[in-house]
Design a protein around this ligand. Structure first.
Ligand code: PLP
Length: 426
């Protein structure tokens, strides 16, 4: 069920095609293990000579069906699920970087990813240089070194809502012989498919719109199959030279376009084990079945909220790329002509104190550490998600201390705006 179907059909049906007498709904294979008849059959699985299930830490049929749906939606050749967006981002980099390597990353990314890359991965000997994604090509190119192995950015950054110029980033990455990895969590493949603009690997926190109901933390990595690892074999020995932990198998030779995902599964998931539970994958799949219906409603409501805020004189500033005056409006029109996402950020006149009072006065919108689900919610990054960052780091990441991140749900827009209005007047 690949590319001949439109996204709406893929959301509902891709990944699981039951045969005669099988369940219509994707079953939860709640089993750690799978049965074989001979010792030889099992041995062939361990040697990656045959494809099959043997232990859920490596692969599980429920997870694989959901990963296949996400791969189809993104237009990739293969995908894998992970236990969280954090583990997806970690694996995406660690699959091609080892101690002594370096990668380049947009400075405007999710706070958790910023810490993972800037602090934790440094402890593993993997170095990162953060660059301003709006800088000219030459400036970003100057951050590359001989040991640079990837370029990373977010399609729409969380929480600063900057839109990535994916074609520019792809051009920079490819001119240095490395893949572009894009975190496409906010627009989802319904609103943007980064592979169509030159990205090579896409990552997701499926915790957000994909699940959509705030039930399950999860992540995904999708491979376009387009990056030619063998053309830069000296940069990617993990993919292009024999893996001693798999009897000298070479991923690019054995798996072609599936080399990257196969290595991430067979090696990283085997050794690090950040699997998504089949139960969570099942819930994620139910969410994906309505992704194409929810995204337009999120965008329509967010547009109404952004327009309301931009006309209110208690509001100091509003960021939403759907607003014609927004700094990223043109880029958004190019990459996401049907809408971006449901997240709007703004600041109130009077600054930080007034912002906090406003948030405490909201009734319909809840203060939660979450974003991008069906229920409208709100968060103050400087006091919540990003409180581990210094003021200097906050400013570097483009986060003003008064920034309110307002995640517009799929309720009625008039009710959401009425809630904002009463809180502004409180
Ligand atoms: C939430 C988020 C993550 C981290 O995902 P978890 O599922 O919370 O681990 C990564 N990237 C972006 C853009 C996010 O919004």
């Amino acid at each position: 069920m690949a590319k001949q179907f439109k996204p709406e059909t893929l959301c509902v049906q891709a990944g699981w095609t039951p045969k005669k007498g099988e369940p219509r709904v994707l079953p939860i294979y709640q089993s750690t293990t799978f049965k074989y008849e001979t010792s030889e059959q099992m041995a062939r699985l361990f040697d990656l000579e045959e494809n099959g299930y043997f232990y859920t830490r490596l692969q599980n049929p429920t997870n694989d069906a959901v990963a296949a749906k996400i791969a189809a939606l993104e237009g990739g050749v293969a995908a894998m699920l992970t236990s969280s967006g954090q583990s997806a981002n970690f694996y995406a980099i660690f699959n091609i970087c080892q101690a002594g390597d370096h990668f380049v990353c947009s400075s405007t990314i999710y706070g958790g990813t910023f810490n993972l890359f800037g602090v934790t991965m440094k402890k593993l000997g993997i170095d990162v240089t953060f660059v301003n994604p709006d800088a000219p090509e030459e400036e970003i190119s100057a951050a590359f070194r001989p040991n640079t192995k990837a370029l990373f950015g977010e399609t729409i950054s969380n929480p600063t809502l900057e839109v990535l110029d994916i074609e520019k980033f792809a051009h920079i990455a490819h001119s240095h012989g490395v893949p572009l990895i894009v975190d496409n969590t906010f627009p989802t493949p319904i609103n943007c498919r980064p592979f169509e603009w030159g990205a090579d690997i896409v990552v997701h926190s499926t915790t957000k719109y994909m699940d959509g109901h705030a039930t399950s933390v999860g992540g995904a990595i999708v491979d376009s199959g387009n990056f030619n690892w063998d053309a830069y074999a000296d940069k990617f020995p993990g993919l292009c030279t024999p893996d001693e932990s798999y009897h000298g198998l070479t991923y690019t030779k054995a798996f072609g376009k599936m080399a990257y995902i196969t290595k991430a599964t067979a090696q990283l998931m085997r050794d690090l084990g950040s699997i998504q539970s089949p139960q969570n994958a099942f819930l994620l799949n139910i969410g994906l079945e309505t992704l194409h219906l929810r995204m337009p409603q999120h965008c329509k409501n967010a547009q109404a909220v952004a327009e309301y805020l931009s006309k209110n004189d208690k509001v100091a500033w509003v960021n939403y790329c759907g607003l014609p005056g927004d700094k990223y409006h043109e880029l958004a029109q190019k990459y996401m002509p049907n809408g971006s996402c449901g997240v709007v950020t703004f600041g109130l006149k009077g600054g930080r104190e007034v912002s906090i009072k406003f948030m405490d006065s909201l009734k319909l919108a809840a203060i939660v550490t979450h974003v991008a689900d069906a229920r409208t919610c709100v968060l103050h990054p400087a006091s919540h998600t990003h409180r581990q960052l210094s003021d200097e780091q906050l400013m570097k990441a483009g986060i003003r201390p008064d920034l309110i991140r307002f995640s517009v749900g799929i309720e009625n827009a008039d009710d959401i705006i009425a809630d904002i209005e009463q809180a502004l007047n409180a």
